[in-house]
Design a protein around this ligand. Structure first.
Ligand SMILES: [Zn+2]
Ligand SMILES: [Zn+2]
Length: 345
């Protein structure tokens, strides 16, 4: 048996004694050393999620050491420190054949859920495609950023960004701050963050934002125009998942600029755009989803490079017993992410 956190129904989690998972022949079981809270988990906790049929174990950002290895697995051994993304594509469907593995027909069905537990089981597909040896020097909690960072890299992969671009990030949660860190690491000098929450605004400044606009996205338009000689930003990245912000984002971009709508909105949301901005002003809009194996590799390489640290995004560590408190702080915007460390006191 082991201890694992069960999402019983929206608003209710319970730490229970549950059977310790055994590996499939081609899979592994990981002893979780750190699992990170994430906006998706928070949404599932607060209002349910179509991909989280309850009751269910949950938590999908993790790193740990291999506890047990399936008999067909070669080259991996119990005790190895690892990091992995929670999904893997099938490799054979229409989308996989076109290198759009993020849209793979099976990618979300096989998602690993259950990282807020002492042990978590990974299927063979994840082991073969999206599992990496964790470098000794990389702390487990930072290694657990593999998945969210891969999602950010996947989105950035799809748009051209120059170091002299002005990039506006709307929002200052974990995803916005990860964008900020990556853009700074890529030499983009002028990243402007729109964040109403004062603590998050302060953190964005600390992490290298050139300007922080402590106001709503609507109010920020005048400031963004002022900062860009009236043109608008070269790139606008929406990281809130709010319909009103999606609709507003193109108005912050310059003619020929790029808009990335990163935050997923509630199911059945409908947005409206001014066609003149998209057509005559040629503002491009993309809305990247999830990650590809290529992005996971890039994320692994960045985290392992020693030149990049996501430590500042992890506000505090909690033991399994206090996941509820961590989610509550995240809901209040009191920290971008929290590390859940089984066995920590
Ligand atoms: Zn996540
Ligand atoms: Zn596929």
């Amino acid at each position: 048996m082991m201890r694992g956190t069960v999402l019983v129904r929206p608003g209710t989690i319970e730490l229970r004694e549950v059977p310790r998972p055994r590996p499939d022949a081609d899979g592994v079981v990981v002893r979780v050393r750190a699992a990170l809270t994430c906006g998706t988990d928070l949404k599932a906790f607060l209002r349910g999620h179509p991909k989280f049929p309850m009751p269910t174990l949950f938590g999908h950002e993790f790193a740990g050491e291999l506890a047990e290895v399936g008999r067909e697995v070669r080259g991996l051994h119990a005790g190895d420190p690892i990091m992995a993304a929670p999904t893997a594509p099938c490799g054979t469907c229409y989308f996989c054949a076109r290198a759009q593995e993020n849209l793979c027909e099976q990618v979300m069905d096989t998602m690993v859920l259950g990282a807020y537990a002492e042990y978590v089981k990974l299927p063979g597909s994840v082991v073969r495609t999206n599992l990496y040896a964790k470098p000794q020097a990389l702390p487990y909690a930072e290694a657990a950023l593999l998945e969210p960072l891969a999602c950010v890299l996947h989105g950035l992969d799809r748009i051209p960004i120059r170091p002299d671009d002005t990039v506006v990030l709307v929002g200052a949660g974990a995803i916005a701050l990860l964008h900020l860190l990556v853009l700074r690491a890529r030499g983009v000098e002028r990243v402007v963050v729109v964040a109403r929450n004062a603590a998050r605004a302060a953190q964005a400044t600390e992490l290298g934002a050139a300007e922080v606009l402590g106001m709503s996205a609507e109010q920020a338009r005048a400031s963004v125009l002022e900062l860009t000689q009236g043109r608008g930003a070269d790139v606008v990245i929406e990281c809130t998942g709010q319909v009103a912000v999606w609709e507003l984002a193109p108005s912050l971009a310059r003619r020929g600029g790029q808009v990335v709508l990163f935050g997923g909105c509630p199911t059945d949301s409908v947005v409206r755009f001014d066609t003149n901005r998209l057509h005559y002003d040629e503002v491009s809009v993309s809305s990247p989803f999830h990650l590809t194996p290529r992005a996971v590799r890039a994320s692994y390489e960045l985290l392992s490079s020693g030149a990049f640290s996501g430590a500042a995004l992890i506000a505090a560590e909690y033991p399994l017993e206090q996941l509820g408190e961590a989610l509550d702080r995240q809901r209040r915007g009191d920290g971008a992410k929290f590390a859940i460390v089984p066995g920590a006191r």
